[in-house]
Unconditional design. Structure first.
Length: 312
């Protein structure tokens, strides 16, 4: 049996979240990092691989990961680049916008020589996000990690996580996401990402298109829920009502909960041969946890506690 059920690769950064009075509060964040913490809170053995600065923010990210039980042997420290950060401003509806300070940030500078392949070889499921595809040397390091994961028999999930300011164009984003060297097991996309990547006009056609690149497609629809499709079934699950104040990290929390539910139930995140009832239960739990998280500011602070998870 492998040591970790989930290993997430990518950006660990500081979200400076607006408090609405001209001030910002620092929170640990980054989409793959959020997912790793969420999986750990769900009771899954989890590791994270990424690069942070040798600064107080890097310390904060490692300390927070350890606090929630995420293994930190895969953290790489940079003496030359600061921890990446982003400023998050929330609208009245709880939706947020991001401004990244990343051109010289640590996360994108991780090299293949710094990659801890032992962690990947000892993981059941490998997860990564689209921000790792935006530049070098991070992109090449990710592809090496992905190759190691596949050779080691891990299942793989991908969250494109489109951030317009980090791509030269939408076409570059699309090309990067659709030219991965492997067909991933699961892909999680927002409605806008699904339509952008596929060029289709509705989510069902978009999901069908994306099944050429992933064995299972999950299109998150915010408060409307989620649409899931494989080559053998499709499932629609309604959203859960919430008094949303901040949606930061809700998609990461949805996906982390979903992966954990599948792994704890079946020992694998693969949906090959899964029955509709089992998938629906996992999706309902993921939607419930994600909705709950929007009722509190921040990503990590908003993940429900372990006892709440167990009751679902």
């Amino acid at each position: 049996m492998k040591k970790y059920l989930v290993t997430a690769f990518g950006e660990a950064l500081i979200d400076f979240i607006s408090t609405g009075d001209g001030c910002y509060r620092a929170n640990a964040g980054g989409a793959p990092y959020n997912l790793a913490v969420c999986a750990a809170k769900c009771g899954v053995s989890t590791a994270f691989i990424g690069k942070v600065g040798s600064d107080s923010f890097g310390d904060m990210l490692r300390d927070t990961a350890r606090e929630y039980g995420v293994a930190t042997e895969g953290f790489v420290l940079s003496d030359r680049r600061p921890t990446t950060h982003a400023f998050v401003t929330m609208g009245a509806d709880g939706e947020n916008s991001f401004v990244f300070c990343r051109d010289h940030g640590a996360d994108i500078s991780i090299t293949r020589d710094e990659l801890n392949t032992d962690i990947i070889k000892n993981t059941t499921h490998f997860h990564f996000g689209g921000l790792s595809l935006t530049g070098e040397p991070c992109k090449s390091t990710l592809l090496a990690a992905l190759e190691t994961a596949v050779r080691s028999g891990a299942t793989v999930s991908f969250d494109p996580n489109y951030r317009p300011l980090l791509w030269s164009s939408a076409e570059d984003f699309k090309a990067a996401c659709l030219s991965l060297p492997v067909k991933v097991d699961l892909i999680k996309v927002s409605e806008n990402e699904a339509l952008m990547l596929s060029g289709k006009e509705n989510i069902k056609d978009a999901a069908t298109f994306l099944l050429a690149y992933a064995k299972a497609v999950f299109v998150t629809l915010g408060e409307k829920g989620v649409y899931a499709a494989t080559n053998t079934l499709s499932v629609e699950v309604e959203g859960v009502k919430a008094d949303a104040v901040d949606t930061t990290g809700a998609g990461d929390i949805f996906f982390g909960t979903l992966l954990s539910a599948l792994l704890l139930k079946n020992g694998t995140a693969s949906v090959d041969g899964i029955d509709e009832a089992t998938l629906r239960i996992a999706l309902q739990k993921a939607c419930t946890v994600a909705a709950k998280s929007t009722e509190k500011a921040g990503a990590i602070p908003s993940i429900p506690d372990a006892e709440y998870m167990k009751r679902l």
